[in-house]
Design a protein around this ligand. Sequence first.
Ligand SMILES: NC(=O)c1ccc[n+]([C@@H]2O[C@H](COP(=O)([O-])OP(=O)(O)OC[C@H]3O[C@@H](n4cnc5c(N)ncnc54)[C@H](OP(=O)(O)O)[C@@H]3O)[C@@H](O)[C@H]2O)c1
Length: 298
Amino acid sequence: MSVPFFTPETLPPPSPGKKRYGVLGFPVSHSLSPVLQEAGFGALGIIAEYFRVEIPRENLAASIPQLRRNGFLGWNCTLPHKEAMAGLCDILDASARECGSVNTVRVSPQGLEGFSTDADGWEDAVAEAWKPDLSALRILVLGCGGVGRTLAFRLARRGCLRLALANRTEAKARQLAGEIGKFREKPPSVIPWDPDALTRAAKESDLLIHATPLGLSPGDPLPFPEGGLHPGLWVYDTVYHPKGTALLQQARSRGLPALDGLGMLLHQGARALTLWTGLAAPVGAMRSALEQAAGRPV
Ligand SMILES: NC(=O)c1ccc[n+]([C@@H]2O[C@H](COP(=O)([O-])OP(=O)(O)OC[C@H]3O[C@@H](n4cnc5c(N)ncnc54)[C@H](OP(=O)(O)O)[C@@H]3O)[C@@H](O)[C@H]2O)c1
């Protein structure tokens, strides 16, 4: 893509014969979704274009009619729009209702249909790499924003042996634990955001899921105390960075099984493509394109 992103005002007019999709976010120029989706459409033989569209949080609702007039048949949403988009859809599927967030929209005669493929994408990625029995795992989720919330709801619904939540703003973790507690016999525990408490909680966990943005920018501190990375802990970092996040590097240097968010990105995107096209996603072609863009295996 030569232009890093458009705005609803600068988008080119619809191209006859080309299906139009995109990713909405702010910022959005870093998104790898175009690489993924263009490879997917190409492998399916569908003539389509996929744009990065930068939309500030406060402009989202007003932008939707513009996108529809501009011929969009669907879009992905990234930060900061996933929760707000759930409120703008006419129909939500079970996955979006589960977490109150939408990362995929399909424009249909019924209106805007909202889906969340993040949790399924995460499950696909860990199943592919580790084939874990989630029901037997004690899981600590670090970060209770959009992604942490989505994964915590899914884990609670799937059933894991124990679920613990930690968030810098503890009130948010408490609120989430309360919401989840309504449909889980044993409510998640809330861990204070301090190194000693996190280290202790990790010692009683099998899987650590990191879901804050720490690790995206060079010089970010580790999101987790090094001492908590005990032998036997698996680490899933939802963040991805070309060189591997600091958390991933630390975990791997200790010989721990560790994955970053590229696999989740691949599989949530593959599921979005299937929702738009009704076809099985060409995961191999999408993976190759992502690997080429990221410069490493997914
Ligand atoms: N792999 C994928 O496909 C994929 C998909 C989506 C997102 N992600 C990754 O997940 C990250 C989080 O996304 P999101 O949608 O959950 O974001 P979000 O809704 O903005 O939530 C961010 C969370 O991180 C915490 N946080 C932010 N800055 C922090 C800091 N300096 N120290 C400690 N905690 C901090 C926030 O805590 P407070 O409540 O205290 O503010 C909040 O819980 C993204 O940056 C992205 O890298 C990956």
